[in-house]
Design a protein around this ligand. Sequence first.
Ligand code: ARG
Length: 466
Amino acid sequence: MAKPSHVTWGGRFSAGPAELMLTFSESVSFDRRLAPFDIQGSKAHSAMLAHVGIITTKERDAIHRGLDVILGEIEAGKFVWDKKLEDVHMNIEQALTQRVPAAARLHTARSRNDQVATDMRLFFKYACAALGEKIVLAQRAILKLAEDNQDVLIPGYTHLQRAQPVWLAHHLFAYLEMLERDRERLKAVADHANWCPLGAGAIAGTTLPIDREFTAVQLGFVDAKGKPRVTQNSMDTVADRDTFIEFAHACALFGVHASRIAEDLILWSSAEFKFIELPDTFCTGSSLMPQKKNPDSCELLRGKSARLQGNLHTLLTLTKGLPLTYNRDLQEDKPPVFDSFEQTGLCAEVLAGTFTGAEMIRNRCAEAVADPGLLATDMADYLVEKGVPFREAHHAVGAVVRIAEKLTVKLNNLPYEEVRSVHKAFGPDWTEVFDLKRAMKKRAGTGMPGPVQIKKQFGRWAKLLK
Ligand code: ARG
């Protein structure tokens, strides 16, 4: 049994926790990554305590110096973490107490409940910014592939059947949109995290005359005008795990996007499509089949997305049945968050690496996009321009497609008389619709893949991703 005096709450206990209980309940093995935020929080809190006169400025300075030394030791890997002290908060506080007598006053008007909430909000602000930067790298790599292949057309797909021609860039820009929303979402999570919990105490604040706004400003929990943002209900503050869930959700949705992008690349790199050659550096071989080059980075992106969704689900389930306010269950909120952070960062980097080394196989793209069936809709639009109602035009073109299939000729190789026999609005110029340049040029509206729009989008993305 550990001596009860070992832990900060040992006063009312006659026996310390069993060894098994220590192993079961410790979180320092995973929450020690919060140390820089914990120390930042403790410095702000002690600065506030000095500001309101609860401790002296001398005591504050001694605490600050001690915390700086501890941070140095942690960063140098020299700090000894002790699971008997449960978590990052008590490890640091104990170490400080052993060196600085004033440390005994540090935990005044503070609980680990508002402390851990603060550490995590600081973590989320940092993590969202860090992930945003990594996602930009992936976006830049995608933009580069688009730039290097500006003249490449491919079939666009619905139901995984060839649908209509698009510039490759248009397809790649769709990825940029998805990832841009992920970045926006992370910014929103960081904004939601931007409220200071310190001062909520364990549940109901404190009887001491603290200044929460002062602490908030110290820690950068401020609005655009620099005004402090302080949480407004002490019970909600220590019970709330919304930002955890929102963060995991932002990561999971990024994972869904990365997975869909990866799925395209897996298809495109198969012999059946062969639109793209993925870089050797992000593929692996088979131990048995010498010819194999497997798109493992993409498959793992698909796999990791399941894991990111699992983390979100863990947090939703963890939180849903808990009575207000803090319950120890909530300690389990950190592993899924940290895992989502790590894996999302890795996924973004791998996405960037995979795109950076990828090369389009232009002749295969050209062959695929030469399928005249891709322009059947343009044929219908041709009839519409001759005054035919769209439903009638659609039906007529469908009949033409059926005849081409029956005669086993390509749609654009049908004799004019056959086409004309289906609908008299088809003129001798009907094959002009099969000119891809013309087809693309006509798609001129906002958001469409026409050359004018594509040029605009190149400019927009170059600016956004600079
Ligand atoms: N390690 C704990 C956690 O992560 C810190 C808060 C502990 N609070 C308490 N009342 N035991 O949730």
